[in-house]
Write a new protein. Sequence first.
Length: 283
Amino acid sequence: MAVGKETLFDRFLAPIFRNLIDRDAIDAYYHSRDWETASQQFCNPQVDYPDYYQQNFHGIQGGYLNLSAAFSYDPIVQYVLPPGESIVRSALIDRITSQPRRILDLGCGTGSTTLKLKQAFPQAEVVGLDLSPYMLVVAQDKAQTANLDISFCHGLAEATGFPAHSFDLVTASLLFHELPPAIARDVLRESFRLLRSGGEVLILDGNQPILRSTPWLMEVFEEPHIKAFAQNSLDADLSAIGFDNVETEAIWLVHQITRGVKPIVGRVQFEAIEPTAEAWAMG
Ligand SMILES: C[S@@+](CC[C@H](N)C(=O)[O-])C[C@H]1O[C@@H](n2cnc3c(N)ncnc32)[C@H](O)[C@@H]1O
């Protein structure tokens, strides 16, 4: 893994992960495929990578545009979501109050939450969107292995190109702490635009008040935007954008799930948009 020198991540976390993770399994996966060819299928030529995205994340140079970020992500993340990755991701699924027909998972990464969404709502059309083609390769591999029909798209969470009112549920897990505040608000505005009336947004991330009171935790993970995330309030941002029933619940102390509902304005709207995910991906 290309890890930055002299970072806290390098000095403290990397040695721990080196002992915990199955290095042979990671190497075997890395050598099992031609990553450049596989990632090409996801490369949307209309995507310009913003500067905020091309910084080092978790001590990895180039962040998620570095191939090593993709194949080392799952082996590490399984150890950093106490009390357990599956429990924390399931907490988001458990808080879905509707029976969504179309679901969009923003910043889906390697698809760990996306797969759970499809398993929970097998009839729903599920789309995962991410800016890293390498992360999308891993996500698609996992969906195929699990025999789950999920569409994965390469794009910006703040400007997806999907039609307005085209989703019943928009989710994002572990995305918002990686965004500068202005972009985070753009992603919330985009979510509002994409949701049909009565649709819900659910966001799983670090617990903002807890992060504010534990500055050392924010240093350790080498996240360029996490301090700004901690200073903000997703509740306030969702409310300002127009979501109703906004609430944030602490999950196992260090995580939070924030929920909001797009208000139903006037009478019930019947949206006639039935495009396929592939058509949406083309914008
Ligand atoms: C910490 S990972 C979380 C991945 C996944 N949601 C999970 O729960 O494991 C953050 C992901 O967000 C993606 N990302 C960051 N900024 C993005 C943006 N503006 N648009 C789309 N994806 C973005 C990154 O490429 C990365 O895969």
